[in-house]
Design a protein around this ligand. Structure first.
Ligand SMILES: Cc1ncc(COP(=O)(O)O)c(C=O)c1O
Length: 372
């Protein structure tokens, strides 16, 4: 298999564990094992203490899958299969797509959501999220106009990485309607679900409301547990579920036993974990807005509506790649340039979910005041 390198992941591979300050991670502050176990209910503590480190069920632990169904309305245990989140993308695309298929994908996008279909020989139409008057916008009419006879799948990601864009409920319903009308699969990466800055903006999960919808969610962002490597694909399409099972036997076969039990614990603590994260994201968003507006000559603040990230513009003659390179080399602050998303326009991503966010902003301020 030939595939282009994953630019974002290669950038993180250089700096994630070497730079002193990370301004751009997309996950929320990770929980410690102690924090998670301390708040666990008796039942999941029992599962943890008596855990045998054997192989697990390929679809995922039955109790885990039951807990997952509680997040949705129409999803049953047989509609859920556990995956490492990134593996869920890889396996689903391989199960569903082949040379000659056409795919419409939101752009910019977490690269694997477009790259895997490209590597399989699909033709791709990029459906671009654009900045208009300091807001991110997506033209829904574009989708309708670009469906072709061989369009197999539409790929969306809301709340969106990297912009924090979220369509309105009306826009979202139109997307689902268009997919239904043309009988096209709708793959929805929902990794930042439940992190809407206003709860009333929350959208339903695609797999819950459309029989050809496929949703990805997991514990890496919203639940502060990326190290568990635990996520899931849900779909009401039984044939697809069988195809996913066939391919999973060639990737991980089954999930990690400790992660599954810790995942059960986390899902049972959903309210508390999400509340802490959303409060932190809102607080960091306010600090970011003040900071970037204070340096208006250098940056354009574009307000995210959901998720733990924002995508901003550097208003300087300096290219954003060079800016990020200088900041990490001279001040030890890692900032992710928009170039890793192949998105032109001097944008960069920041992460709003971490505890040290404001400390990093003040370090960045020192640097900016001195150099710009
Ligand atoms: C939109 C999106 N989908 C999927 C993933 C993959 O999640 P994980 O790294 O937990 O496998 C990420 C990670 O950054 C993401 O941002």
């Amino acid at each position: 298999m030939k595939i282009n390198e994953f630019k974002l992941e290669r950038y993180f591979a250089i700096y994630e564990f070497t730079a002193k300050y990370l301004l751009s991670p997309s996950d929320c502050e990770s929980l410690t094992l102690e924090e998670l176990v301390k708040r666990a209910d008796d039942d999941s503590l029992g599962l943890w203490n008596n855990l045998k480190l054997g192989y697990t069920e390929s679809m995922g632990h039955p109790i885990l899958r039951k807990e997952i169904t509680k997040l949705y309305h129409n999803i049953k245990e047989e509609n859920v299969m556990s995956f490492v989140p990134e593996e869920g993308i890889f396996v689903t695309m391989h199960a569903m797509l082949e040379e000659g298929d056409h795919v419409i994908v939101v752009d910019p996008i977490y690269q694997s959501l477009a790259e895997i279909s490209k590597s399989l020989g699909c033709s791709i139409t990029n459906w671009r999220i654009e900045e208009k008057d300091h807001e991110w916008k997506l033209d829904i009419d574009f989708l309708e106009k670009n469906i072709q006879d061989n369009t197999k799948m539409i790929i969306i990601n809301f709340p969106h990485n990297p912009t924090g864009y979220l369509p309105t409920r009306e826009e979202f319903d139109r997307i689902v309607e268009i997919a239904k009308k043309h009988d096209v699969f709708l793959f929805s990466d929902e990794m930042y679900w439940l992190l809407e800055h206003n709860e009333k903006d929350r959208l339903p999960s695609v797999a819950d409301i459309y029989e050809k919808g496929i949703s990805l969610f997991g514990l890496s962002k919203t639940f502060s547990l990326p190290g568990l490597r635990l996520g899931w694909i849900i779909t009401q399409d039984d044939v697809l579920m069988k195809e996913l099972a066939v391919l999973k036997d060639y990737t991980t076969i089954c999930g990690s036993a400790p992660s599954e039990i810790l995942g059960i614990m986390a899902l049972r603590q959903k309210e508390a974990i999400v509340k802490t994260n959303i409060e932190r994201v809102r607080e960091n968003r306010t600090a970011a807005k003040e900071f970037f507006n204070r340096h208006k000559d250098l940056f354009t603040w574009i307000e995210p509506k959901a998720g733990s990230i924002a995508f901003l513009k550097l208003n300087d003659k300096l290219k954003v790649e060079e800016f990020c390179d200088r900041v990490v080399k001279e001040k030890n602050i890692m900032i992710l340039p928009g170039e890793v998303f192949d998105y032109e326009g001097n944008y960069f991503r920041i992460g709003l979910g971490r505890e040290d966010f404001k400390v990093i902003l003040s370090e960045l301020e020192e640097y900016i005041v001195e150099h710009f």
